[in-house]
Design a binder for this molecule. Structure first.
Ligand SMILES: *Cc1c(COP(=O)(O)O)cnc(C)c1O
Length: 393
C-alpha cells in the first residue's frame, strides 16, 4: 500500500532543512555522471565561485564537502588547531557550545566566553580573554553569526575590532550556517579568515553539502598544523579536478541542486533575498509580540535588533508543552515547526522563516500556529496573524 500523502503542501518551518524549490528538486533529479564529465566539473566550479561571490570574498578558496554543518565544523577544527592547541569559542548559545565540544573531541583545548541567555555575545569577555592570552596560545576565535537555538544574530565585525585592538594574531573563524543568505555577511569586509556553512538552510538545497571558505592566512596555518587528518585536509583538496576536490566521488546531485539554487539567488538578487528575509522575519516577530501579551510566551532573544532574520525562538511558560505544539501543528495543521535545543529542550519552539518562502507561506504558517494554540486551549493574545499582515502591508 502506498504511504499516506497529505493533500497540498506541508509547510516546512524548521530552520534547516528548509523548503526546496522545484528548480532545485528538478536539478537534483538528474542522472549521475562519470567523474570526468565536463558538466559535473563545471557545476562544481559554478558552486565554488557562487559561494565565494555571495560571501563577498575576492580570493578565498571554497572547499565543498559531502557533509552537514557538523562536518564543516570538524573540517575547520582539524585544519586550524593541533592537539593541545587552544581556540577561543565565543559563547552565543547551543551552537557555539556544540562546536566547542566537537573541538574538544579531537583534542583541541577550548577557552570559552560565557553566554547570557537571550543576549548577544559578551564583547568585554572576548577582549578580556584575548588580553589574558599574552603568549598568543589561542590560534583561532570561533564565532557563530546566528545562533539558531536562541535565534540571535551577533555582529561579527565587533570580534574583528577586538582582535585588531588587542593586536591578537588569532584567526577569525565564522559559522554562517544559519545566517547565510538571510543576513548580509562579507568575509573580506569583516576580515574573517575562515567561513563555515551548509546548504540546507538559506541555500535551499537538500541536506548533505557543507563548505569552508578559507583565506590565504588560514591555509598557511593549516599547512603548518600538526593535527593528524586526511579527508578534511584543505591542502589536499586544492585540486583542479572534482575527484581531488572531494577526496573521492563528488556528491553530484547535491551539487546540481546547489547550482540551481545559486541561480535562483542570482535571479532574485542577493540584496533582495536579504530584504525579503528581513520583511518576513518582521511579520513573524509582529505575530509573536502580539501572542506574548497574554504572558504565556516570549521571545528567547531579548534584544529586538539582534533577532534573527532566519528563525524565531519562542519560550513558553512551564505549563505549556512545546513538543505538543509541534506535534499538533504538524499532524493537524500541516505546519512543521522546530523544537528547543540543548537547555531549551521542552521549553521552546521555533519558527523557521528562511529560504524559499514568501508572504502567504509565512501567513499560512502563523495561522497554523495560532490554530494550534486554539486547539490546545493555550492562553495567548489573538490577532498575531493580523499583526503579521499589518507588518507586511
Ligand atoms: C544547523 C546549524 C549547524 C549544524 O548544521 P548541521 O547541518 O545540522 O550539522 C551549525 N551551526 C549553526 C549556526 C546551525 O544553524
Amino acid at each position: 500500500m502506498a504511504t499516506f500523502q497529505y493533500p497540498g503542501v506541508r509547510f516546512l518551518h524548521s530552520p534547516g532543512p528548509t523548503f526546496v524549490p522545484k528548480a532545485v528538486l528538478d536539478a537534483m533529479s538528474n542522472q549521475p555522471m562519470d567523474t570526468s564529465d565536463p558538466r559535473g566539473e563545471e557545476a562544481i566550479q559554478v558552486c565554488e565561485q557562487g559561494i565565494r561571490a555571495l560571501l563577498n570574498a575576492k580570493s578565498a578558496d571554497v572547499f565543498l564537502y559531502g557533509a552537514n554543518g557538523h562536518g564543516a565544523w570538524e573540517a575547520a577544527n582539524v585544519n586550524i588547531a593541533g592537539p593541545g592547541q587552544s581556540v577561543l569559542v565565543i559563547g552565543t548559545g547551543h551552537f557555539s557550545e556544540s562546536w566547542a565540544v566537537m573541538a574538544e573531541g579531537v583534542g583541541i583545548n577550548v577557552v570559552r566566553t560565557p553566554y547570557r541567555v537571550g543576549y548577544t555575545m559578551d564583547i568585554d569577555a572576548i577582549e578580556h580573554a584575548l588580553k589574558a592570552d599574552t603568549n598568543h596560545e589561542i590560534v583561532a576565535v570561533f564565532a557563530v553569526h546566528t545562533d539558531t537555538a536562541s535565534s540571535t544574530t551577533n555582529d561579527i565585525a565587533l570580534v574583528r575590532q577586538v582582535l585588531d585592538a588587542t593586536k591578537h594574531p588569532a584567526l577569525l573563524v565564522v559559522d554562517v550556517v544559519a545566517s547565510f543568505m538571510t543576513t548580509p555577511f562579507s568575509m573580506d569586509a569583516v576580515g574573517a579568515n575562515v567561513v563555515v556553512g551548509a546548504t540546507q538552510k538559506g541555500l535551499m538545497t537538500a541536506p548533505g553539502l557543507a563548505f569552508c571558505a578559507v583565506d590565504e592566512r588560514a591555509l598557511k596555518v593549516s599547512q603548518a598544523n600538526p593535527m593528524p587528518r586526511f579527508y578534511w585536509d584543505w591542502v589536499k583538496r586544492k585540486s583542479t579536478q572534482g575527484y581531488g576536490k572531494f577526496c573521492g566521488t563528488p556528491p553530484q546531485n547535491l551539487i546540481l541542486g546547489l547550482e540551481a539554487s545559486l541561480s535562483l539567488i542570482d535571479q532574485e538578487g542577493p540584496d533582495n533575498v536579504f530584504v525579503r528575509h528581513r520583511r518576513l522575519s518582521k511579520a513573524v516577530q509582529a505575530a509573536v509580540s502580539c501572542w506574548s501579551q497574554a504572558g504565556t510566551m516570549d521571545f528567547v532573544c531579548k534584544v529586538p535588533e539582534a533577532r534573527s532574520a532566519a528563525v524565531t525562538a519562542i519560550q513558553v511558560s512551564p505549563d505549556i508543552d512545546p513538543e505538543a505544539i509541534r506535534k499538533i501543528a504538524r499532524s493537524e495543521f500541516n505546519v512543521a515547526l522546530a523544537g528547543g535545543l540543548g537547555p531549551f529542550a521542552g521549553k521552546v519552539f521555533r519558527i523557521g522563516h528562511l529560504g524559499s518562502l514568501n508572504e502567504p507561506m509565512i501567513l499560512g504558517c502563523l495561522a497554523g500556529v495560532e490554530a494550534t494554540f486554539h486547539r490546545m486551549g493555550i492562553k495567548f493574545t489573538a490577532g498575531g496573524v493580523n499583526a503579521a499582515i499589518e507588518a507586511l502591508s
